[in-house]
Design a protein around this ligand. Sequence first.
Ligand SMILES: *[C@@H]1O[C@H](CO)[C@@H](O)[C@H](O)[C@H]1NC(C)=O
Length: 269
Amino acid sequence: MSLILQHLAASVARAFLFFILSLSAPPWLLRQLIPAFYIIAGVSPTSIFLPCLSVCLPVPGMPTCLLCTCLGGSVYCDDVKLTSVPPLPKETTHFYGRYNHITKINKGDFAQMNKLKRIDLTANEISSIADDAFSGLPVLEELVLRENRVSQLPALPPMMTLIDASHNNIGATGIHKEAFKDMTGLLYLYLTDNHIDHLPVPLPDSLRSLHLQRNNIQMIHEDTFCNLKDFNYIRNALEDIRLDGNPINLSMTPQAYVCLPRVPIGAHI
Ligand SMILES: *[C@@H]1O[C@H](CO)[C@@H](O)[C@H](O)[C@H]1NC(C)=O
């Protein structure tokens, strides 16, 4: 037992010394030194004390790339028991933090991440998101928040192409008014398995795929998909609409689908 403790203490001491030395090294050199760190410290990347490093040592980006895998601009932090978003290297373009225990997204978690294009936080425990946590990201295109406890979809920047907030708690007031209006490149909007009771309008013309299975939509207004002022309008791009599992009653709005290339999937009264 004491031998193990001795070994552990020596490992920690070596790791600490290595870090002190590496503080003065430039970032490119640090990345080259990561494998050396593992050997010197005598630990594996999944060792229990590494999660501590990302909190204990404030070298920007560096500890996260010990805990997670950093490849090019992609940072993979899947299933590493995160409870919050770790500090990310500035050059991150794709962040994967799936299968963790993150409960909250704070305003500063993604601040100044000017190259971040995709954030995937599938299967966490997120129930609260600061409304401006993502809105300042200049090149964000894809946000995946599947399988969380989100009740309010935060404000998002206009470059979005994919939004997936399926399997959450988004209800009647959970989506901002005209939330998708300025997203002129939006292609995929997935909001399956929530408690949504109306479709947020206007939907951008670019939209190809809209999944709203198992929500609480009862009525589709005639201007949700189509244009009451222009009966020649056809919403060509939108070929994939899933509305199954909603108590839709079209008797008040029989023209709701006239401009669609394909009738939405789902039972309609
Ligand atoms: C559908 O809506 C109409 C008009 O509001 C109503 O008369 C009808 O009973 C509804 N149908 C069902 C099955 O709820």
